[in-house]
Design a protein around this ligand. Sequence first.
Ligand SMILES: *Cc1c(COP(=O)(O)O)cnc(C)c1O
Length: 355
Amino acid sequence: MLNISVTKTTAPKEKPEASTLGFGKFFTDHMFIMDYSREKGWYDARIVPFANLSLHPASTVLHYGSEIFEGLKAYRRADGKVQLFRPMENIRRLNNSAERLCLPQIPEQDAYQALTEFVKMEQDWTPSAPGTSLYLRPFLFGNDETLGVHAVHNATFVVIASPVGSYYKEGINPVRIMIEDEDVRAVRGGTGYAKCGGNYAASNRAGERAEKKGYSQVLWLDGVERKYIEEVGAMNVMFKIAGEIVTPMLSGSILPGITRKSCLEVLRKEGYKVSERLLSVDELAEALSNGTLEEAWGCGTAAVVSPIGELCYKGTKYIINDGKIGAVTQHLYDTLTGIQWGKIEDPFGWTCPID
Ligand SMILES: *Cc1c(COP(=O)(O)O)cnc(C)c1O
């Protein structure tokens, strides 16, 4: 058990209008912080007024990118209660990311306590308009005050919260995606499976180039052969090919998404044929040209699912499902959002109400 000290703000902020929320623009009144040193372990767990952090200019994170993060949401149900969705999955993934980056892990129960006590304190900030939620951003970084390069001896864990708007204010519109054949996001043996800031820094260039050409994001290929599909933007990707749901298997360079896992569990429970395997861009192009590619979508916490209406590969454009959201994509959206906002029964035990 952590002993979490609480310092309340003396200047509570006005809560923003639901229509102005957007993503990650507003932050709640408080934040959770705790520090780590090799000698003391995790210490000084505290909830304090939301404020800038003060870092030594030599702090490890600023030079060597020792940073990992998580993203999950608190949802307000119709009865007013606030609930989390599979938070232990995020905590386990945080620790897997920490292990990869040589950052200290947090005992699962302590991380869970930190998260839930913080959400309980900030729960009034969970908006109630359709599709809105309170986005939680736990992050952990190396904080040694020296330029020496080594596994860190000091670290800081922070959780901040941001009320966010509906991802689909204008309805679910399929996006245009470009298959990226130059930059790669990650390689096996690298940090692809870890949710670390550096992966994002390295993928921004391809994203920017795609946007300039009128695409929303890129479809990433594997870093070794540039042949196998990995992810779409910062989401996992799934396809329906000749009746079967296909998603790239977790090979080490793919981020193990909790939305991905949840989609697969829903589909398997309902008897869909689901396959986690290698999927080459040639197989995809073949399915696109012979009409067996029925649906394609990205999946992640922010959007839940994001249907892909067009794919461009080496200059050829392919339209998927007439550019409309497909039945399986829509079904996954309805099921997951139904469970998250407590609108339908949760047969999996995924939701976690805050008391
Ligand atoms: C966070 C993330 C995802 C999605 O994970 P969820 O747990 O479903 O939100 C997918 N790919 C990348 C690269 C990510 O960082």
